[in-house]
Design a protein around this ligand. Structure first.
Ligand code: CTP
Length: 471
């Protein structure tokens, strides 16, 4: 273990521990990640004594000013080179990150380890001179790590009562690490699911976003569903569950379809927000579902309704309300366009319109749409994918020819006003739209002179006369 503690920061901490005469350990995620061969820059240090006093000494030793103290929580945070180090005194009572009450009762290292979330997160390495690098593992966390098991150090109900977020963390770690949750812990999650309501949305979404970045994110969503946590996290997704049968005609279960799309997408993209778009692309379906005799189940307009729902979903779940939300909204709105295109004869004009609407996000949209093909019939999948290849090729050709992606209208509103002596009025919009449509439909090229001529022609039709010599 010593080689993983070769950085100077551990030497310094060890020296200060010797001078101060306290026992100090590195614990939690950093130790777990050593065994998982994952690099971590976050170091959690447990001090048998005061975490704050010890951090003060370390900061002094390092001549560091980048240190903050959180007296209420008995913790301190120090940034040094690439490291982000948190110091905490060993505690006997519950380990609550969100507790408003100060935690006062000091304890031994083992007291502290047993109040942690999982055995794999309770591993500690000594930084004391006498046994530097020794692993302290009273709950067989190393064995669980090798076996791929998420287990709580105490009775699961006790560990989860200390902080109900841990129920979600169990699922997040299981998904991220491809581990399984031991039966007793799983049963406790089912039993205590409603306790998640006391946890802040921000903490929940932090875990969900980590889960979403796993190789197979559906694992987590299925576990959330099976344990009953899903309705407390994303009821919009629960609403997509189920199949209805009318006269023997069924539609597909949109929940499972969505998860399949998400997993498909996860093999193609590491973009968290594109993954969110995959998760939410069909949220408009439950509310637009209709059975039309002779036609079957339809979800007309679910793209529009879904896009309309996105800002509220983001607001409610405290996801960012900036361009990330707009991106997801755009993906949801446009997710049917490429597939419709690939089923029809692909005209240049339809391609230009798609490029115009998707702009720089066209590749993300195509990736989402390819992931959205989940038919059980291999032939259908192959056919769609090959049609998509044609669409992609066309997109490239048209983009090279017409530069529609970052379309800037060649004629500005100002030029129209100056030419015809107008103040702002609806005719300006009519002329601009006419020019835009003509370019997208391929009637004229994306070129100033051609657009200028069309401006004159349209204005004449509207009964406008130039007040300036035409040039
Ligand atoms: N911890 C806990 N209960 C929580 C959160 C954290 O017991 N609800 C403990 C665990 O020992 C955990 C450590 O605090 O290992 C650090 O937590 P955190 O930084 O949130 O997670 P990591 O385990 O480091 O994992 P990751 O880096 O993947 O978030």
């Amino acid at each position: 273990m010593r080689e993983f503690l070769s950085s100077n920061i551990f030497k310094t901490i060890s020296e200060v521990a010797e001078i101060e005469g306290v026992d100090v350990y590195v614990i939690g995620g950093f130790v777990r990640d050593i065994f998982l061969h994952r690099k971590s820059k976050d170091i959690d240090i447990v001090v048998v004594g005061s975490g704050i006093d010890f951090a003060r000494q370390v900061a002094k030793h390092l001549r560091s000013k980048q240190v903050s103290y959180f007296k209420n929580f008995g913790t301190a945070q120090l940034k040094h080179n690439e490291w982000d180090i948190e110091f905490v005194g060993a505690r006997k009572e519950s380990y609550r990150l969100d507790s408003r009450k100060p935690i006062v009762e000091n304890g031994t290292l083992e007291d502290d380890q047993k109040r942690r979330d999982f055995t794999i997160n309770a591993l500690a390495l000594s930084l004391n001179k006498s046994n530097f690098g020794e692993l302290l593992d009273p709950f067989n966390g190393l064995n669980d790590l090798k076996q791929g098991i998420i287990r709580t150090p105490l009775e699961p109900t006790t560990t989860f009562s200390d902080d109900p977020l841990r129920m979600l963390r169990a699922i997040r770690f299981a998904t991220q690490l491809n581990f399984s949750i031991e039966d007793k812990s799983l049963a406790a999650i089912e039993q205590m699911a409603n306790r998640l309501t006391i946890v802040s949305v921000e903490r929940i979404m932090d875990e969900i976003n980590k889960m979403m970045m796993a190789d197979i994110p559906s694992t987590g969503w299925l576990l959330l569903d099976n344990t009953g946590l899903l309705p407390y996290i994303l009821p919009e997704l629960s609403a997509m569950k189920g199949v209805e049968n009318r006269n023997g005609i069924m539609h597909k279960d949109n929940f499972y379809h969505t998860l399949q799309v998400l997993d498909n997408l996860a093999t193609k993209s590491d973009d968290l927000w594109l993954r969110w778009a995959a998760l939410l692309h069909d949220i408009g379906k439950p509310k637009t579902k209709k059975f039309i005799p002779g036609q079957g189940w339809t979800f007309h307009g679910h793209d529009f309704l879904g896009a309309k729902m996105i800002p509220e979903v983001f607001r409610k779940h405290k996801l960012p309300l900036n361009e990330k939300m707009k991106f997801v909204q755009k993906m949801v709105l446009l997710h049917l366009r490429p597939i419709t295109l690939s089923q029809e004869e692909v005209t240049d004009s339809a391609i230009r319109r798609l490029l115009f609407d998707a702009g720089d996000d066209i590749n993300s949209l195509m990736t989402l749409c390819e992931a959205d093909i989940t038919s059980k019939n291999d032939m259908t999948v192959k056919k769609h994918l090959s049609n998509f290849r044609i669409v992609r090729k066309k997109l490239k050709e048209i983009e090279e020819k017409d530069a529609i992606r970052n379309f800037q209208p060649p004629i500005s509103g100002q030029l129209i006003m100056d030419t015809f002596g107008l103040s702002p009025c609806k005719e300006i919009g009519i002329i601009k739209n006419r020019i835009k449509d003509a370019i997208l439909d391929g009637e004229i090229r994306n070129d100033f002179n051609e657009a200028y001529s069309l401006m004159l022609k349209t204005a004449e039709e509207l009964g406008l006369k130039p007040t300036k010599p035409i040039g």
